[in-house]
Design a protein. Structure first.
Length: 169
């Protein structure tokens, strides 16, 4: 959102920091996947797309199609119980695509989802107290942070460790 996520910070006594931000509720939606390819020595990558509106089943469907083009391999998609995820799942199953399989995490359990840790790291660790100048500025900063994060292989492994997910192979 354009309104910054505020966190506690250090300041000189009597000099409270002031964030100047618009009282606007414009927002972006970022769709992402932490990809692990066990057959390639556990190659990790972060794929993402930034959308100007809320993600829906159609945008998730096209994200998965783009991901398939890039990976050119079978996929097992593990995701949470978001309604858009379930709708995308139904559409993909109706198409009977042999290269994709869906598994779901239990109902609300962000602690098992490595992607939640990606968002937590970026929102609370990299972008708190940063007021976006406008929606384009927000898009640029989110893209920059995700791009930076996607190049850090060790960080991507840590998202799986944080979720206590053992990767076989």
């Amino acid at each position: 959102m354009l309104q910054p996520l505020t966190r506690r910070t250090w300041a000189k006594r009597g000099k409270a920091p002031i964030l100047k931000a618009w009282d606007r509720h414009d927002r972006l939606t970022a769709i992402s996947a932490v990809v692990c390819e066990p057959h390639r020595s556990k190659k990790f990558q972060l794929d993402f797309q930034i959308k100007p509106r809320n993600a829906n089943a159609e945008s998730l469907f096209w994200f998965l199609i783009d991901l398939r083009r890039e990976l050119n391999n079978r996929m097992i998609v593990i995701w949470d119980q978001l309604s858009a995820h379930r709708k995308s799942d139904r559409v993909m199953r109706e198409l009977e695509l042999p290269w994709i399989e869906f598994e779901y995490l239990p109902g609300y359990c962000p602690g098992l989802n490595p992607v939640e840790h990606v968002w937590s790291t970026i929102k609370y660790g990299r972008m708190p107290n940063w007021p976006a100048p406008d929606i384009d500025g927000l898009r640029g900063r989110v893209h920059q942070e995700l791009e930076r994060h996607s190049k850090d292989r060790e960080s991507l492994k840590n998202h799986f460790r944080w979720a206590k997910l053992e990767l076989a192979g």
